[in-house]
Design a protein around this ligand. Sequence first.
Ligand code: PLP
Length: 431
Amino acid sequence: MADSRSPDDLITRDQRRVWHPYAPPSASPLFEIVEAQGVRLRLADGRELVDGMSSWWACIHGYRHPHIEAAVRDQLERMPHVMFGGLTHEPAVSLCERLVAMAPAGLERVFLSDSGSVAVEVAIKLALQYWLSLGRPEKKRLLTVRGGYHGDTFATMAICDPVNGMHDYFGEILPRHLFAERPACRFEEPFEERHIAEIADLLANHCHEVAAVILEPIVQGAGGMWFYAPGYLKRLRELCDEFDVPLIFDEIATGFGRSGRLFAAEHAGVAPDLLCVGKALTGGTLSLAATLANARICDAIAGGSPGALMHGPTFMGNPLACAAACASLDILEAEPWQARVAHIEARLREALMGCRALPGVSDVRVLGAIGVVELEEPVDMSLVQPAFVERGAWVRPFGRLVYTMPPYVIDDEDLAIVTGAICSVLEEVVC
Ligand SMILES: *Cc1c(COP(=O)(O)O)cnc(C)c1O
């Protein structure tokens, strides 16, 4: 194929000039996509793929949902963008009101930003400013768990899993935070006090210097696709209260229904002091993220010096993105996403459990609309990616993890294309 390409070929042009995520220059294999509609992605050569990734957790209602498109088009005709310093507008205010109304109890104020990494940076900055405002500048370290993923900027990389986050590679540049083992008890297993002993010890020994505890509740995403027991979070909330340390939940992957609850924190019935959302916030239409804070954080910062959160992205509160987010929330409110996610969960369980017996498969796990097959060895993407495309599914494994989190609107037939492709690629190409 490569040889028959002309120099004007899009793939060739891309490989000459463009970086792709976590890929070397001249990323390969690469597929040209020209259209997306519903749960289908159409390639330039006419092939159609069923989307098993929701464009990295984001496109929960499928592509080109008419309600979101109408909202964006309407906003485009009034005001696609305006600065947010000193100005405000209906889409941003409505969105913040609605996020507060739907989020776990106590979160009362919203900082809008343009990507998940920045939303986490803002949560970290809020936690640091909280302690600065209270005259406790020594409280500046973060406590987290291994296996986490919180973004690619430097502050967020420093709290990603030390191995996946390449802490050795970036060495001295990253601040040194505190890490406990990833929560060991599976989602469906009973939680026991021993499961939290290490992080409890770290909190007890370091609470004088810890600014906040940060983690992904229930579902660890890109750091390992791991689901852990709600009891862990309940107990962690108690420990944070006991040692007077704010708790940050990063729900950028899990927010808006993915785990079967609107927010994964609801599985445990606990609320954080700071909450980060992103990814599915606009239904995958535009880049937008948000950091929600409770009164404890907001009041301390307002009462301290300088009395303001020192952050302000140029495209903060972009009206197009806020309009898309409001429209996505309309759809969540109007449609039976819980039933759909529960149905997808049951189907994923049925379809993927068969992979468990394959040689080379070490674990299969499903929660909400997330299905994961963990392998003993990393997959060879140069073989596996084309194999999925040949089977009509867009699934993008990562290391030893082959996983799917399809749009909630996927029907049984299309879901069977995705799960069938996973099973057959594993059987015929990988194992
Ligand atoms: C994707 C992700 C981020 C980073 O979001 P970006 O929009 O890619 O910057 C942070 N935390 C979690 C849990 C994520 O899944």
